[in-house]
Write a protein that binds this ligand. Structure first.
Ligand code: XMP
Length: 319
């Protein structure tokens, strides 16, 4: 009979068989998927694995530091912290089309990996935390014709020129199964329970042009929102929650002055696998309190809306 423990042992056996004594680099995003993949592969092949954590400047508040601390200091994994904020934000300057954003980020990721694969000295494999829904959703949309809804930046194979083979030990799993595997591997519950975070990061929560100013505001608003959700004990009931900053300024009044600041949208959904989702039915009291906190605590936002779109017809992310 099937248990996660048996799955883990078999996955480790397969990784060893596939990789032999070659070196592997793993793209670590700090999300649950790539983290579970990294810990699993580390357990299989130890320091043959080097993780590359790319800071594209599109991460959440304190995220880079948390990831580096956990993997380098706690797990003692060889970890390259690639600070490529200038590169990514420079390339995204003036870009507002969602697919161009995704493709720009996806291409730069590959460039950055290629660079760091060289530093590792002859890596032959690249590991990714690709899940089953990523595989099918990038090929076709459930039931419909073969249409690409969004270019997931971590699927679709790597250019041959990169000369690396893929290791994708989570390819057959759904999110809840990945969490089970993470638990089996001894990852902290707080980490396993984290909401999913997309590879393109805050870029796809910032419709329109991405600026450092908007990213800063978005990070602060998101931190307040997540703090509210945790304080109300709702974090684990929600599949994913985040703020999107809207490409529009609106007029408001604060104290005795007029404000002209950005509007934002709060998003929270329940889901089993990310393929379909329902918006979360927060109480009006929660929404009102959260809006007040964001407007009081985050300079640059003077209006808060709540997104009540389910998937389909919406998608979870805004782009
Ligand atoms: P959507 O917006 O398509 O998102 O309803 C479904 C789930 O996938 C996540 N997502 C991504 N994850 N790379 C990722 O690793 C991506 O390019 C990407 N795009 C969306 C999204 O956060 C949600 O959990």
């Amino acid at each position: 009979d099937w248990t996660m423990g048996a799955y883990k042992d078999e996955a480790i056996r397969q990784i060893r068989e596939q990789v032999g004594d070659a070196k592997v680099i793993c793209g670590l995003s700090g999300g649950v998927d790539s983290s579970v993949a990294a810990v699993l592969i580390h357990e299989a092949i130890g320091d043959q694995l080097t993780c590359v954590f790319v800071d594209h400047g599109l991460l959440r508040q304190n995220e880079a530091q948390e990831v580096v601390t956990m993997f380098r200091d706690h797990y003692n994994m060889p970890l390259i912290h690639a600070d490529e904020q200038e590169l990514f934000l420079g390339a995204l300057d003036g870009v507002s089309d969602p697919e161009v954003k995704r493709k720009t980020i996806g291409k730069l990721f590959i460039d950055v990996f290629q660079k760091h694969a060289g530093e590792v000295g002859g890596a032959k494999f690249l590991a990714q935390g690709t899940l089953y829904p990523d595989v099918i959703e990038s090929v076709s949309f459930s039931g419909g014709p073969s249409v690409t809804i969004k270019s997931h930046h971590n699927v679709g194979g790597l250019p041959e020129k990169m000369g690396l083979k893929l290791v994708e030990p989570l390819r057959e799993l759904f999110k809840d199964e990945v969490r089970g595997l993470g638990h089996e591997l001894g990852l902290p519950a707080s980490f396993i329970g984290r909401h999913p975070f997309p590879g393109p990061g805050l870029a796809i929560r910032c419709p329109g042009e991405i600026t450092r100013e908007k990213l800063d505001i978005l990070r602060q608003a998101d931190a307040v929102y997540i703090d509210q959700i945790r304080k109300h004990g709702l974090y684990d009931e929600i599949w994913q929650a985040f703020v999107a900053i809207l490409p529009v300024r609106t007029v408001g009044v604060m104290g005795d002055g007029r404000t002209y600041d950005f509007a934002c949208a709060l998003r929270a959904v329940t889901s089993v696998d990310g393929m379909t989702a329902d918006y979360y039915p927060f109480s009006h009291a929660f929404l009102g309190e959260t809006a007040t906190r964001i407007i009081n605590e985050v300079k640059g936002i003077n209006r808060v809306t709540y997104d009540v779109t389910s998937k389909p017809p919406g998608t979870i992310e805004w782009e």
